[in-house]
Design a binder for this molecule. Structure first.
Ligand SMILES: C[S@@+](CC[C@H](N)C(=O)[O-])C[C@H]1O[C@@H](n2cnc3c(N)ncnc32)[C@H](O)[C@@H]1O
Length: 262
């Protein structure tokens, strides 16, 4: 890597660090690779950056530092379960914690599945790419458009439906990463999260409104991702709803994250 490029990266990393971006150095590299349209691993081989890419890089860094726009929105894509998804403010950015849900869903080998609140479509697309016949519901038209685009770009056939939680039909498995933040806390979240749609976070006064509604029909097997600290209350809700068998799956940080109930 040339000296000039190194200086440019260092300056960007300092700018981001001064604005409290924790992973400033890594993000500067990711944004530069994005501006150049190359994989990050190829950066050390880059000698020169065309002016247009340099301007793009500076603009990316400015957006990240000044407005705290998430990297995934700036670049317009992110990785989830080994696939690349288009990401826009129309839908939540898929999170690594949801890979726990996907892993467990695949281990259950369902023939059919319903993904409730599909957002960008990431969970639905991964399941479909593994041979599951997926129906996916969502309340937001903008998110549904994005999910359809992601499904098309991966050649995944998914039945998308605008619906409040469920649609009629028999499914071997129901999966959902519902909104689970308390309404009063949505606006107090980290600045990065304020770029994502409120509908993706707002779980009502106690954060459990949609989880409660998902569990109410006692239809299983069901996998639901919940917030850290919510498992005791959610276990209680599941047992009261009539589920007999309840277990928890941990995310990559070792936190109980995904309810499996049947
Ligand atoms: C936490 S996001 C999860 C998005 C995606 N499944 C993922 O894991 O990245 C929750 C999603 O549920 C949608 N949603 C919220 N309430 C809903 C409801 N009652 N019925 C269907 N979808 C809903 C939101 O619009 C949002 O896209």
């Amino acid at each position: 890597m040339s000296r000039v490029l190194d200086d440019e990266l260092t300056e960007a990393a300092h700018f981001l660090r001064d604005r409290d971006i924790e992973e400033a150095w890594a993000e500067a590299h990711i944004l530069l690779a994005g501006a150049l349209g190359i994989d990050r691993a190829r950066l050390p081989a880059v000698d020169d950056v065309p002016d247009v890419a340099r301007e793009r890089f500076r603009e990316f860094v400015r957006r990240r530092g000044e407005t705290r726009e998430p990297v995934a929105y700036i670049l317009g894509r992110c990785e989830f379960y080994g696939l690349t998804f288009r990401t826009t403010p129309a839908a939540l950015i898929p999170r690594p914690a949801s890979e726990t849900l996907v892993e467990r869903a695949l281990a259950l080998r369902p023939g059919t599945a319903l993904d409730v609140g599909t957002g960008s479509g990431a969970i639905a697309v991964v399941l479909a790419k593994h041979g599951v016949r997926v129906t996916a519901t969502e309340m937001s038209d903008a998110a549904l458009d994005l999910a359809r685009e992601n499904a098309a770009s991966h050649g995944a056939t998914i039945e998308f439906r605008k619906a409040d939680l469920f649609v009629d039909g028999d499914f071997d498995l129901i999966v959902s990463n519902p909104p689970y933040v308390k309404s009063a806390e949505v606006d107090d979240q980290a600045p990065d999260l304020r770029h994502e749609p409120r509908l993706a976070f707002d779980g009502g006064p106690d954060g459990l409104r949609e989880i409660r509604r998902l569990l109410a029909p006692a239809r299983g097997p069901i996998l639901i991702e919940v917030g850290a600290g919510q498992p005791p209350a959610v276990t209680d809700l599941a047992l009261r709803a009539g589920f007999r068998d309840v277990r928890w799956w941990k995310d990559l940080l070792g936190i109980d994250r995904v309810l499996e109930a049947r």
